[in-house]
Design a protein around this ligand. Structure first.
Ligand code: PXP
Length: 241
């Protein structure tokens, strides 16, 4: 299976916001990422709009020729409304706290079963594919299927952290969680701290992986290699086994 690369452009917005103007131009960056080979664009608007702004999200959707993925916490009504207005191809539900630096855990799909079922239904009724961000725990993958979601996104921070010392052990719980999800009919996405070095081994071992969303490392690599080369390097990591 070819895994799609969705480029998270939040970091480009962070750079723009640091000067207050429109350089770099986030919309142009989204267009160019697609030209350079990205299979999708991801944004993660946070309530304080410190990276991507809600207005960016609305402006990006019409220029998307690949797949648009919006990540965020549906506890914010403003987020739910944004997603329903924009109607992206996919919404990824993430339980991040209001001022959290970056996502640091997935849903407890057992404890939050009722809440997730209700909110998943809201997005599904609007025709939007729903993915739920989870830690690589078999029971969470199993319970995610009962929420009516289409996919899970495996939170890969612990994989990335342990990859350097022992990648064989690091991947084990992901293989098990991925199997549990797929057996129950869920599609598989992954993201967080994936990079040029650890991506290939992950994709090779999680054979049903449909999509990765990558921001920080890819944009950091673009400083050295340029955006087009970086996207191509990540695409190659996903396709060469
Ligand atoms: N997936 C989710 C749910 C995230 O919150 C993030 C970070 O915003 C990513 C993927 C991408 O992580 P990274 O920037 O480390 O590639």
């Amino acid at each position: 299976m070819t895994t799609k690369l969705s480029v998270n452009i939040n970091k480009i917005a962070t750079l723009r916001n640091s000067r207050g103007g429109n350089n770099p131009n986030v919309l142009q960056a989204a267009i160019d990422c697609q030209l350079f080979g990205a299979d999708g664009i991801t944004v993660h608007p946070r309530p304080d709009e410190r990276h991507i702004r809600y207005s960016d999200v609305r402006e990006i959707m019409p220029i998307i020729t690949t797949e648009f993925n919006i990540e965020g916490n549906p506890l914010e009504d403003k987020f739910v409304q944004l997603v329903l207005d924009v109607k992206p191809h996919q919404v990824t539900l993430v339980p991040d706290a209001l001022n959290q630096l970056t996502s640091n855990h997935g849903w407890d799909t057992i404890k939050e079963a009722k809440y997730l079922r209700d909110i998943v239904a809201v997005f599904k009724t609007a025709g939007i594919r729903v993915s739920i961000f989870i830690d690589p725990v078999v029971a969470f993958a199993q319970a995610a299927a009962d929420t009516g979601a289409d996919r899970v996104e495996l939170y890969t921070e612990s994989y990335a952290q342990h990859y350097i010392n022992d990648r064989t052990t690091a991947i084990k719980e992901y293989v098990l969680a991925a199997e549990a999800a797929v057996v129950r009919g869920l599609g598989l996405n992954a993201g967080h701290d994936l990079d040029r070095n650890n991506l290939n081994f992950f994709a090779k071992n999680i054979t049903q992986l449909q999509e990765v969303s990558i921001g920080h490392a890819l944009i950091a690599d673009a400083l050295y290699y340029g955006l087009e080369n970086s996207i191509q390097l990540y695409k190659r990591a996903l396709s060469v086994y």
